[in-house]
Design a protein around this ligand. Structure first.
Ligand SMILES: Cc1cc2nc3c(=O)[nH]c(=O)nc-3n(C[C@H](O)[C@H](O)[C@H](O)COP(=O)(O)OP(=O)(O)OC[C@H]3O[C@@H](n4cnc5c(N)ncnc54)[C@H](O)[C@@H]3O)c2cc1C
Length: 388
């Protein structure tokens, strides 16, 4: 099933929006309080609504949404729950790596199961004792038809339920740099593989995280995603679009904060007038909307480039940076509009403010985004021309 017309897509988008606000939103206070996603209740509904298969190609049982069509849905999820957004984001972003880099037999074996939600893939790049990228310490040494994997990954999202992990590791000498790195698909339950839960998060309550430990873990050689030595390309390729997905999530969180602020400002009366009539409050609302508008335009541009297959690492980094700064500024300003009530757990601003902080760290810190941006700029890349 795909969308042959824009009307069909808009109808689908409305169905997802209704589902999120009518069925997920009422569960959020309890998810926050218990720090738990009720998977037995929600996962069957996610399957029925098609959330696990949004961007998986139709030939593998997915809906085949384009990036332009997918971003508004991610944004809508973020308005309702940062945890649900992050869970779906990791599932689909990692599935996307299989779509882009997997061998045909890997796509056929995994993508239909990811599409139904019967199976899920998470990614393991970050290590507690190494920098993210070429510095990683995890290694996989070939012995006959198996790799022997050793190392540790931490902060791995969805580790509480995922059955498959895409692990960044060196399969060749470190001196080869990126060409020595591979992405290895490791099944939960593989001999020598253990998962430990991590401490509770500041926001996105209910989202599970784990430490993955590999001690002489035995993995079949055919579990290399794509080919040996393609690991850096896979992780960088995955990160490029993923940064844009995170920026869309920032937009959703920021839009909800603006929506709540506008409604509140119209209702809250002080000294005989709604605060919406005070210049100081109007300035806050105007600044929030201006930030969001800029982010929307950046997202529209970069989403189109991704769909057209144009390289856009520079735009993706700039978009991620503007997204995280927007969502932090907007949620801070929302606190000012709502005053003391914003600090109470019964109001969504407090949750949005905490959820937003994950967007700062996910897929690379602000400094790393700026380093990527500056490197591309200095090597002569400019993502626009000046026709005026
Ligand atoms: C909730 C959550 C979910 C996550 N999910 C996943 C996941 O599913 N899979 C996964 O692999 N990772 C995941 N991560 C990890 C996340 O991607 C990293 O936390 C993030 O990329 C930053 O890496 P770090 O924590 O190792 O920070 P560090 O690398 O220790 O950075 C600390 C500071 O030093 C700076 N710094 C570090 N190195 C350099 C350098 N070379 N040059 C300049 N500045 C530098 C950074 O910019 C930052 O300011 C998750 C993190 C969180 C919080």
């Amino acid at each position: 099933m795909g969308f042959t017309t824009q009307e069909e897509y808009l109808e689908f988008k409305q169905r997802i929006t209704d589902f999120l606000w009518k069925e997920v939103e009422p569960l959020v206070p309890e998810m926050e309080e218990k720090d738990h996603i009720p998977r037995t209740v929600l996962f069957p509904r996610f399957r029925e609504m098609g959330l696990f298969r949004l961007i998986i190609p139709e030939e593998y049982g997915g809906l085949g949404l384009t990036t332009v069509q997918y971003l508004p849905l991610l944004a809508e999820m973020s308005k309702v729950s940062g945890a649900i957004r992050a869970l779906i984001h990791v599932h689909l972003t990692t599935a996307r790596a299989v779509m882009l880099f997997g061998r045909e037999e890997q796509k056929k074996a995994h993508l239909p199961k990811f599409a139904t939600g019967e199976s899920s893939l998470a990614f393991g790049l970050t290590e507690a004792n190494a920098g993210t990228g070429l510095d990683i310490k995890t290694t996989a040494v070939k012995q006959g038809d198996r790799f022997v994997l050793n190392g540790e990954k931490h902060l791995i999202t969805n580790a509480d339920f995922t059955d498959l992990f895409m692990i960044a590791c060196y399969t060749g000498p470190r001196e080869l740099g990126g060409k020595g790195m591979s992405a290895l698909l490791v099944e939960n339950g593989a001999p020598g593989f253990t998962i430990e839960p991590m401490p509770h998060l500041l926001g996105c309550k209910g989202l599970g995280h784990g430490i993955l430990t590999f001690k002489d873990c035995s993995v079949p050689v055919q579990n290399i995603l794509g080919r040996e030595g393609q690991g850096l390309e896979i992780f960088l390729g995955e990160l490029e679009a993923s940064r844009v997905f995170v920026a869309a999530s920032s937009m959703g969180t920021a839009e909800r904060a603006l929506m709540e602020s506008i409604e509140y400002a119209k209702k809250r009366v002080t000294f005989g007038k709604p605060i919406a009539q005070r210049e100081s409050v109007r300035m806050l609302l105007a600044d929030m909307a201006t930030d969001i508008y800029g982010l929307r335009l950046m997202l529209e541009d970069v989403a189109r480039k991704i769909d057209e297959g144009k390289p856009c690492a520079l735009e993706a980094s700039m978009c991620k940076t503007h997204g995280l700064e927007t969502v932090c500024r907007v949620t801070d300003k929302a606190m000012q509009v709502l005053g003391g009530r914003s600090y109470l757990q019964s109001w969504p601003i407090e949750r949005l403010l905490r959820d937003a902080r994950l967007n700062v760290l996910e897929e690379g810190t602000p400094s790393i985004q700026r380093l990527v941006t500056a490197r591309a700029l200095l090597s002569g890349d400019l993502p626009w021309e000046f026709p005026w």
